[in-house]
Ligand binder design. Structure first.
Ligand code: ADP
Length: 504
């Protein structure tokens, strides 16, 4: 101790110039010298430590181990550098403990051995490390993917666990890559453009959606939140990535659903519109098409009432025929109209049965005879007595009566309406041939359109419904309807019914 008293000026001079705390102990671990940094660090006054046992600066529970440790250390007489990974603690005069780093230097002077301890209070550093550790953990364990890449080179510097897990690259692999390498939708130029507002400091954060491509080639939609960090020396971009696969899937299903519903709604609206149109048509049909036959029925009935004498039977017959004829016509257009409605609303049902073709033809021809004009004649097919057909009977009746009525309507007096039936390999063909006004070439392509009437037919009563529904019904049943026609020469309508129905 005397040594240090003697040389205290020199010691003071030297020891006060350093930032570490300095404590010198002798071999019995008594403090022989200390600088003011050490005194302050441990909460003692000037020179208060001199003569005290080193123990007062060491937490109680370490006293014995520390003592033997120092002893052994003095015997070995080796320097010990300050170790950064040590977990040493000092204890203050008030009993408070604090983390320290200590370097030990044994030396001999005037025949005695001493140890000089250089002590650094690392409370602040530990606190910072702790804080950093916390942030590192938050970064690493976040379930959002996080990437950090250099603002100059764009190379990845770091990525958290979740990012590495999802993207499939190791950190080392990523460090050789730039964000563009995992963003197939963006090239370098587009990416630079995107981050421009950050570089120019116009915005604090840039958000965008894109796709990330994994190492295995698969990709997933992401939402990117990008910011430029200016903490520290180097600037880095920090990207927080949200994998939005599920959100996208949800949005997609939602969009699909909306699309489907919109379609359904549009269709429903179209049907509604069509039905409305149908109603309007029906009303105009009633007012136009019903008026004429109804007034001629009325006239005939009025006249019938006047022909009371026996010899006026012929006149009565004529008016009864007119009434029948007109009622028949009204019945036909009403049937047609109802057929449209049923076809429209999908309520048509068919009953496929086997029946002799002659049965339907006979009925239709019989009814049509009433409509014949002067000198008109229906040429009956002569080879159908044995011919059975498998089809919907009502439909065939409706089609044939429409076609024969048209042939009568659109032909002049004294003409023949020829019905022919041919049995071919795969189909039965019914031909309705007239010598009438024909269909102008320009109108032919529209002839099956609903409500369409050729320009040369406008003086004749009609609705433009018959051919349309006849064709629809036939096609519903796998049959077909077509025609050949020349204006002022005549028309032939062909009904083709596939024969496979008839064989089994
Ligand atoms: P409607 O006869 O009530 O007008 P259709 O649908 O039966 O309606 O026929 C549509 C149109 O086709 C007719 O208006 C007419 O212009 C033309 N058409 C149909 N059949 C014949 C035919 N045999 N000869 C000439 N034109 C015809």
């Amino acid at each position: 101790m005397r040594v240090f008293e003697k040389n205290s000026n020199i010691f003071n001079l030297l020891s006060e110039g350093v930032s570490e705390g300095i404590i010198v102990v002798n071999t019995s671990q008594t403090i022989v010298a200390s600088n003011s940094v050490a005194e302050g660090m441990f909460g003692f006054k000037k020179h208060e430590l001199i003569g005290e046992s080193l123990d007062i600066l060491i937490p109680k529970k370490h006293h014995s181990t520390h003592r033997s440790h120092v002893k052994g250390f003095i015997q070995k007489n080796k320097k010990r550098q300050i170790k950064h990974d040590s977990h040493l603690f000092g204890v203050r005069k008030d009993g408070q403990q604090f983390p320290v780093e200590i370097g030990l230097n044994p030396f001999h002077i005037y025949g005695a051995t001493y140890v000089m301890a250089l002590i650094i209070d690392i409370t602040e550093r530990k606190r910072k490390e702790g804080e950093l550790g916390l942030w590192t953990r938050i970064f690493d364990e976040s379930l959002n993917e996080m990437y950090i890449f250099d603002a100059e080179t764009f190379k990845f510097k770091n990525a958290n666990k979740e990012a590495l897990r999802n993207i499939g690259y190791t950190l080392n692999e990523l460090r050789t890559m730039t964000p563009v390498a995992i963003k197939p939708e963006l090239n370098k130029l587009a990416f630079r453009k995107l981050i421009q507002p950050l570089v120019k400091d116009e915005m604090g954060k840039v958000d965008f959606e894109t796709t990330h491509k994994r190492k295995d080639g698969s990709s997933y939609p992401v939402e990117v939140h990008l910011q430029l960090s200016k903490i520290g020396e180097q600037k880095s971009f920090i990207a927080i990535i949200l994998d939005i696969t599920e959100r996208k899937n949800y949005t997609e299903t939602l969009e699909k659903k909306v699309e489907e519903r919109t379609l359904q709604l549009t269709e429903a609206l179209a049907v509604e519109k069509e039905l409305n149109e149908l109603k309007t048509r029906f009303l105009s049909l009633v007012s136009h098409e019903f008026k004429t036959p109804l007034s001629s029925i009325l006239t005939s009935i009025t006249l019938l009432g006047k022909y009371t004498r026996t010899e006026q039977q012929e006149k009565r017959d004529k008016h009864v025929a007119t009434i029948k004829n007109k009622v028949k016509y009204l019945d036909t257009i009403l049937t047609d109209f109802l057929s449209v409605e049923r076809l429209e609303s999908g309520k048509v049902t068919y009953a496929i049965e086997s029946f002799p073709l002659s049965k339907v033809i006979n009925e239709v021809v019989y009814d049509s005879n009433m409509l014949l004009k002067n000198g008109q004649r229906i040429q009956y097919p002569d080879n159908i007595d044995e011919l059975m057909i498998q089809f919907d009977e009502k439909t065939l009746e409706l089609v044939l009566s429409n076609l024969i009525h048209n042939a009568i309507k659109y032909s002049l007096e004294d003409s023949i309406i020829d019905l022919q039936v041919t049995v071919e390999k795969e189909q039965i063909v019914l031909k309705i041939i007239d010598e009438g006004i024909g269909i102008p070439q320009a109108d032919q392509k529209h002839i099956f359109d609903r409500y369409f009437r050729a320009k040369n037919a406008l003086l004749t009563q009609g609705t433009g419904i018959g051919l349309n529904i006849a064709k629809q019904h036939l096609e519903n049943l796998g049959a077909s309807l077509d025609f050949l026609s020349e204006e002022n020469k005549g028309s032939t309508f062909f009904v083709r019914i596939p024969i496979e129905r008839n064989t089994n």
